[in-house]
Structure formats: C-alpha cells, structure tokens
Design a protein around this ligand. Structure first.
Ligand SMILES: Cc1cc2nc3c(=O)[nH]c(=O)nc-3n(C[C@H](O)[C@H](O)[C@H](O)COP(=O)(O)OP(=O)(O)OC[C@H]3O[C@@H](n4cnc5c(N)ncnc54)[C@H](O)[C@@H]3O)c2cc1C
Length: 416
C-alpha cells in the first residue's frame, strides 16, 4: 500500500520516517516551521546508544532530588513554577524508579536498542553519511569518585544481563584509551559497540537532501492542527492518507487532538562547542558522576548535559548551564578552548523512558513517532522502520506493546 503521507516535524525522527516512506513509494510532505534538524536533533551528544537499556528513573533517585536541586553544578534544574506545572509528570517519573519498573522498562528498551545498528546502517550508507560516524572507539563512561562508581555498578550489571558488551576499566586502562583524563579518576566502563555521530545536524541534513532527491517535499510552515485528513497549517492544509506526528517536545497538543494523552516533559539539555581545545580528546565519553558528555565532533569538542524542565521555547539560561558544563574540566584538565557556540534544546521525555510509537486511537491513520527523550538519535531509524510497517499495514518488526500511545490511558495495556 502507498499513497499520500504528511509528517509533522523535520527533526531526525521525522526525516528518517520521511525517507522510509518516500523510498517505499509514498508521496511524502514533511511540514516544519524551521529548517530540517535544527531543533532538538541539532545539539545532542551523538551517541547511537546501543548500551542505553537503563531507564532515566532509577531506584533511590527520589532521595537525591533535594540535594541535586540545591547544587548549582548538578544537571537537574527546575524552577518552582515548572515543578508545579510538571508535577503529574514528576510523580509518574518517580513511580518508574522502583526496582520492578526499572526492570520492566529495561526489558522494553533492550529489544529497541538491539535494532539500532541494523536499522541505521542502511540509512547511513544510502545518505552517504558513513564519514559522520565513528564506529571504532565506542563509548567510555568515566568515574572520578570510587564510591559513585561502586554505587552505579548495578546499572552496568543490568546492561550486561541484557547483552550489552562492556568492559570495566581500571584508571590506567581508562587513561590508556584517553590520555587526557585526569590522574585521579577512579576508573570507567567501555562499551565498544556504541557508534557516535560526529555532526548530528549534518546527518539530518543529509537525510533531508536524500529525501528531496527522491522526490519528497519539505514545506516550511507552522502546523496548527493534526487530524485524520492531514496537517493544518497557518497557510493551508496538507491532505494525506497517512499522517505521522513527529513534533518532538511540541507533540502534546497535536497528540491530544487525536485521542493520545501522553505525559510529555520538555527536558532541556545544553551544550557548548569548544574550538582549539588543548586536550586531544579521541573518543566520546560520559563523565558519569556529573552526567556531562564529551563528544569529539567534526567541528570541535561538544560538552553537553543538563535536564532542565521548562517550557520548550523558554529563553535559555547559559550562565546556569556553564556551571554544570564546566565540570568537564575537573576530569579533563586543560580542556580549555574557545566557546564557539552555546545551544539549548528540549528532549521530548516520557516518565518511563520509552518512546511513543503507534496508531492514534481516534484516528488510526495518524501514526505517533515522538517521545524519544534521551534517545531520539539512537531510535530514529528503528522508529522509521515501524512507521513504514504500520503505514503499509504490515506486522511490525518490533513489538510495539511497550511503546503504545495508549499505555498511559486508564484503559491502556499497563500503567506507566
Ligand atoms: C544535550 C542533549 C544530548 C542528547 N544526546 C543524545 C544522544 O547522545 N543520543 C540520542 O539518541 N539522543 C540524544 N539526545 C536526544 C535527541 O536529540 C532527541 O531525542 C531527538 O533529537 C528528538 O528528535 P525529534 O525529531 O523527535 O525532535 P526535534 O528534533 O525537536 O524535531 C521536532 C520538529 O518539530 C517541529 N515542530 C514542532 N512544532 C511544530 C509546529 N507547530 N509546526 C511546524 N513544525 C513544528 C520543530 O520545528 C522540530 O524541527 C540528546 C538531547 C539533548 C538535548
């Protein structure tokens, strides 16, 4: 089956869906008010996180929240007003931090991240983007404190149980992999199978270019609504047989209009791009005690972090972010460099760390493809695979039960 398809959102998720549908013969229009890939998909840390089976809500997190909120160097930020506005989301998020829920959410994430290489590899080849991906170095988590490393051992054991290949590193082994690390680190973990994207915006742009070369249309317009007949925009309607909702952190009102009530928070992350750094960083790292990512990109070193719960379009607070991102210097002395750019973007986050993929109950031809949280780059290709299968009325390669748009409804399959 093919026909007309309209996609709301030209982030990496919407673009991957567009390419898959167009390649399969659909007449596809992607609607976005901005340029392709320039919202949240621009600024991520670049991990294609095949080791990311550990959900964000974890046991005992609730006990740490007050101290995290008081610490100016901690990545967690929320103003009293935004705390109240997001209270139902936070309560659901904390409820996902029990041992049983963590186990359930990890079990749901494992088959998802297990499809990352298989689904991304053909796209990278098709859009000629293999040069943008480091498939050699993997991802290293580095710990400064021995106590913090020991305390989080369970998360690595969890990964191992779900088949993630990893190696525990002594301080010397970590420094051998990355000589610019400080003398006083406690050690780390290396995940060799994680691929990293060295220019996430360029990857989106290459997907967009290939999509257009195949005859797809990208229309610059602000959407005002989505229904079973298409996408309404400020300057007219895009009619379609299949509609894909991929508006990232802005998806909530469009989803509600087609009967999907998903608790979605805009969990904003920040980055700085450093140019001319003195530290020859070779590989992508997560400085785990501080939750700061260090990603060598084609155009400099990207330092990223933070989970600021706020309106997706609220003005950025780069001064506040600098206090968190500056933590990278404590693990990589002499990082230095000139700040070439600063960025903020909203992760579309669900309380159970699982995306929202599937049919809208009030309009089964509207396909949800949002809510990817910390893993939108990772999951874009497998989301596109599922969207195409749904659009063609075929069985999906991935069991979509745990990512169902109705899972948060009282009549949904489970309380999330
Ligand atoms: C600091 C940081 C680090 C991250 N690191 C990683 C990582 O290492 N690996 C990983 O997998 N993920 C990572 N992520 C998460 C990842 O970037 C996101 O999950 C992903 O970009 C979401 O993609 P998307 O296409 O759903 O949303 P977006 O890229 O935000 O795209 C949504 C699009 O919808 C459009 N839109 C919204 N409303 C309208 C409207 N009314 N009319 C028209 N257009 C509209 C927007 O303009 C936008 O282009 C990170 C995120 C952050 C912030």
């Amino acid at each position: 089956m093919s026909g007309k398809a309209a996609i709301l959102g030209a982030g990496v998720v919407g673009l991957a869906c567009g390419l898959a549908l167009r390649r399969a013969g659909f007449d596809v229009t992607i609607v976005d008010r901005g340029a392709p890939g320039e919202a949240c998909s621009l600024g991520n840390a670049g991990h294609l996180g095949t080791g990311s089976v550990v959900p964000i809500a974890t046991p005992g997190l609730w006990k740490q929240v007050p101290a995290l909120l008081r610490d100016p160097t901690s990545p967690l930020k929320v103003s009293p007003g935004d705390l109240v506005a997001n209270l139902p989301w936070f309560l659901r998020f904390l409820a996902n931090g029990t041992n049983a829920r963590v186990e359930r959410n990890a079990a749901a994430l494992a088959p998802i991240v297990g499809r990352v290489h298989k689904t991304w590899a053909p796209i990278l080849e098709e859009v000629a983007a293999l040069d943008l991906v480091d498939r050699e170095h993997g991802l290293m988590h580095v710990f400064r404190g021995a106590a913090a490393m020991e305390k989080s051992r369970w998360a690595y054991e969890l990964r191992e149980r779900y088949g993630v290949r990893l190696q525990r590193l002594t301080p010397d082994q970590a420094r051998e992999r990355e000589p610019c690390l400080s003398e006083d680190i406690a050690g780390g973990w290396h995940m060799p199978d994680v691929w990293t994207v060295k220019h996430p915006l360029r990857l989106s742009q290459r997907i967009a270019a290939r999509f257009e070369a195949l005859g797809g249309t990208i229309r610059r317009a602000t959407a005002t609504g989505v229904d079973a007949r298409g996408i309404r925009t400020a300057d007219g309607r895009v009619e379609a047989d299949i509609i894909v909702l991929a508006a990232g952190a802005w998806s909530t009102p469009f989803a509600e209009a087609v009967g999907v009530r998903v608790p979605l928070a805009a969990e904003r992350g920040y980055h700085v791009m450093l140019e001319g750094s003195n530290a020859p960083v070779r590989q992508t790292m997560l400085l785990a005690d501080r939750r700061v990512s260090v990603s060598p990109m084609l155009h400099g070193i990207r330092i990223s972090s933070l989970a600021e719960y706020a309106h997706p379009d609220a003005p950025p607070d780069h001064g506040m972010a600098a206090r968190v991102l500056g933590g990278a210097e404590t693990v990589i002395p002499g990082l230095g460099g000139k700040v070439a750019s600063r960025w903020v973007g909203p992760r579309p986050s669900t309380p159970d760390s699982l995306p929202v993929i599937g049919r809208a109950p009030l309009a089964p031809n509207v396909l949800c493809a949002f809510g990817h949280g910390h893993l939108g780059l990772t999951m874009a290709a497998l989301t596109a695979e599922a969207v195409l299968e749904l659009a063609q009325g075929r069985p999906t390669s991935l069991d979509l039960t745990h990512v169902a748009p109705t899972r948060f409804h009282w009549w949904g399959r489970r309380a999330a």
